[in-house]
Design a protein around this ligand. Structure first.
Ligand code: PGA
Length: 260
């Protein structure tokens, strides 16, 4: 079974000191290390260093970033590169989040360059894809997911694709309190796995982790993870509070240790 992955995407929330205090408390309260689950928090860039200092080398919590630029350095005002993130202890980077696509005009060609740069520097990209409500309503969800995946990963070797985690995040479910049902998420994950098999190979598709994101809560996480198609979650709002993060972690650890 693929190792489950729970990623807390804090978006533009928490100062460096608030983030450090959160990470300290979370480290104390997370359930004991479980081999079947990985935990990642992705604070804003400004809090990466303070959180990194709080997390001990053996911490069950790993550090992730919410975005990055594809060049290593240079005249790119306001941007942050993969070597900078690595130097602060990041292991993961979220790329192509729908907020980046819709609010900042990010498109597949730049997402593809970012994935390439992340892999080159040993960061693990979490590629976000997902359909809008209009696309779901007009029946094009499968086409949208397949196209976003193909465009973001075109020209990659199978080895490179094997280093990518995919997050299925229906736009209509993000921050709305209206999560996809487990059935809807499972259907989308199957579509994504088929597209991965076509782009890379069946073996790579079955080894790739696909996370669900969009209004995940302590209440719905168990149902979502009851399917072996769903390898974890990318969580916004519910990961901003230690209490709900710890509850979600406990549910996931229990689910994976009994092999659900
Ligand atoms: P949400 O956000 O859990 O607050 O819906 C998820 C995300 O945007 O990754």
């Amino acid at each position: 079974m693929r190792t489950a992955l729970i990623v807390g995407n804090w978006k533009m929330n928490k100062t460096a000191s608030e983030a450090a205090a959160f990470a300290r408390e979370l480290s104390q309260r997370l359930p004991g290390t479980s081999t079947g689950v990985e935990f990642v928090i992705a604070p804003p860039f400004t809090a990466l260093e303070s959180v990194h200092r709080v997390l001990s080398p053996g911490s069950p919590i790993q550090l992730g970033a919410q975005d990055m630029f594809w060049e290593d350095h240079g005249a790119y005002t306001g941007e942050v590169s993969a070597p900078m993130l690595k130097d602060l202890g990041c292991r993961y980077v979220i790329l192509g989040h729908s907020e980046r696509r819709t609010l900042f005009g990010e498109q597949s060609d730049s997402i593809q360059k970012k994935i390439r740069a992340a892999l080159k520097h040993g960061l693990r990209p979490i590629l976000c894809i997902g359909e809008s409500l209009a696309q779901r309503d007009n029946g094009s969800t499968d086409d949208v997911l397949t196209q976003q995946l193909r465009e973001s990963l075109s020209g990659f070797t199978g080895d490179a694709i094997a280093g990518v985690t995919v997050a299925y995040e229906p736009i209509w479910a993000i921050g709305t309190g209206k999560s996809a049902t487990t059935e809807q998420a499972v259907a989308a994950h199957r579509t994504i796995r088929r597209a991965l098999a076509a782009t890379a190979s069946a073996a790579i598709a079955s080894g790739t982790r696909i996370l669900y994101g969009g209004s995940v809560t302590p209440q719905n996480i168990e149902s979502l993870l009851s399917s072996d198609q769903i390898d974890g979650a990318l969580i916004g709002g519910a990961c901003l509070h230690v209490e709900s993060f710890v509850t979600i972690a406990a549910v996931v650890s229990a689910a994976r240790s009994i092999g659900v």
